[in-house]
Design a protein around this ligand. Structure first.
Ligand SMILES: C[S@@+](CC[C@H](N)C(=O)[O-])C[C@H]1O[C@@H](n2cnc3c(N)ncnc32)[C@H](O)[C@@H]1O
Length: 399
């Protein structure tokens, strides 16, 4: 049962938020011994965390209000005490979004670092079986054990509640197939001029990305006669660009039946040196590894898959399939609807890639300015790109 909020709790929350706002580090240090760095004042009209309040109170850098030591220490103290980097206020802004909007570069960089640390820690906990999903499994296990002792009073989530949660998740996937790779692969696609849509109206691919795809193709396939592989055909933009350099071998892995149909209609199965592998990369790549395939260039751009999938792709497969001097490229689109998320995932990826044995070079490409205009996303579920610069990764093995 949720704990009751008392007058005292509200007063403490107000005092913590106020100390954060005033950048009063000594007072905040004392108050955080009693209360959380993530308190909310339930009586406030605008929901805000202490971190949001502290950053908002810095003011605009362009007005000569560059954050100084006090401001920096306040933000750092809140983060050290567990303030959440991606908490949203009622304006749908994270603390980092506010720092960016105010031009507070120093604070923004601190928030990016905090996000990177949190994401890496979260991924490590998941890998060790200590994350949310592992906790759920353990709860289920506890549940069964408690059921063996009928007299014991059940305090954990009941089977019925677990079923209810599963039903909600299934409903969400039915509503938005991009939340689940297998659901997406079973869904109906629509090819329209300049855009490929899934059954839930998500834009799977759009032709404004042509310049980005062409550059990716050049980086993984810079000259004639190489052996290259692209994972995810979509609208065929990157594969068409790869073809201009006449590869000796051009492997395409694609899992959606309607995309296979399109590949067939457009004659890709008959092109010299092209091999289409029908299926999910998760099923195809182990076979290619077994066959001892070695490639000069590999590109990855799938859909309805998360960062964890990309990490498996490079840490388990690219390291086995890529030639010593080969180049690996991947579509860097995660978090591209919020600058701070994009900056954090870009750094997390760079760290993970390095751990897997890859150096990363980044090339910045300006995206068309019209992407900020909602009109250009009409008919799609949501704009998946709202930031100004695409950071194109080029990965080679660490020398
Ligand atoms: C964003 S599109 C690729 C766009 C492509 N780069 C282009 O230039 O048009 C993603 C593609 O990956 C495919 N795909 C999604 N999940 C996959 C998986 N697990 N294995 C292989 N292909 C997958 C989708 O069906 C879709 O064709």
């Amino acid at each position: 049962m949720a704990e009751q909020t008392t007058e005292e709790d509200i007063l403490l929350a107000k005092r913590i938020i106020s100390a954060a706002e005033r950048h009063d580090v000594p007072a905040l240090r004392v108050l955080l011994k009693e209360g959380s760095a993530n308190v909310q004042d339930p009586t406030a009209t605008v929901a805000t965390s202490p971190l949001h309040a502290a950053i908002l109170a810095c003011g605009k850098a362009e007005d000569g209000k560059d954050a100084g030591d006090k401001e920096v220490q306040t933000v750092e103290l809140l983060l050290q005490n567990g303030a959440i980097w991606n908490d949203l206020n009622s304006e749908d802004e994270t603390p980092g979004c506010i720092a960016l909007r105010l031009g507070q570069k120093k604070i923004y960089d601190i928030m990016v670092e905090a996000g990177v640390r949190a994401e890496i820690l979260f991924a490590k906990m998941e890998a060790l079986g200590l994350g949310d999903s592992a906790a759920d499994d353990e709860e289920e296990q506890d549940e069964v054990e408690e059921e063996d002792r009928p007299a014991a009073k059940k305090q954990k989530v009941s089977e019925e509640e677990i079923k209810e949660i599963q039903e909600v998740v299934e409903q969400q996937v039915l509503d938005d197939v991009s939340l689940d790779n297998r659901a997406y692969l079973k869904s109906q696609l629509r090819y329209k001029p300049g855009i490929l849509l899934d059954e839930s109206d998500n834009a799977v691919m759009m032709d404004w990305e042509t310049q980005i795809m062409q550059r990716h193709a050049e980086t993984i396939n810079p000259k004639k006669g190489l052996k290259v592989m692209n994972v995810g055909h979509g609208m065929g933009i990157v594969d068409t660009a790869i073809q201009t350099h006449e590869p000796a071998e051009h492997h395409i892995i694609e899992a959606h039946p309607q995309v296979h149909q399109r590949l067939r209609e457009q004659g890709w199965y008959d092109k010299p040196n092209v091999t289409i592998h029908e299926g999910r990369w998760q099923d195809i790549l182990p076979k290619l590894v077994e066959q001892g395939v070695v490639l000069d260039g590999i590109y990855y751009d799938t859909f309805a898959e998360d960062y964890a999938a990309l990490k498996v792709f490079f840490a388990e497969y690219v390291i086995q399939l890529l030639a010593k001097d080969g180049v690996f490229g991947w579509y860097n689109g995660l978090g591209a609807d919020r600058q701070i998320c994009y900056d954090i995932y870009t750094k997390v990826a760079e760290i993970d890639l390095y751990e897997a044995g890859f150096d990363t070079t980044w090339e910045d490409i300006d995206v068309p300015s019209g992407l900020h205009d909602k009109k250009n996303w009409e008919g799609t579920r949501r704009p998946y790109w709202t930031i100004d610069v695409y950071r194109l990764p080029i990965n080679t093995f660490v020398k």
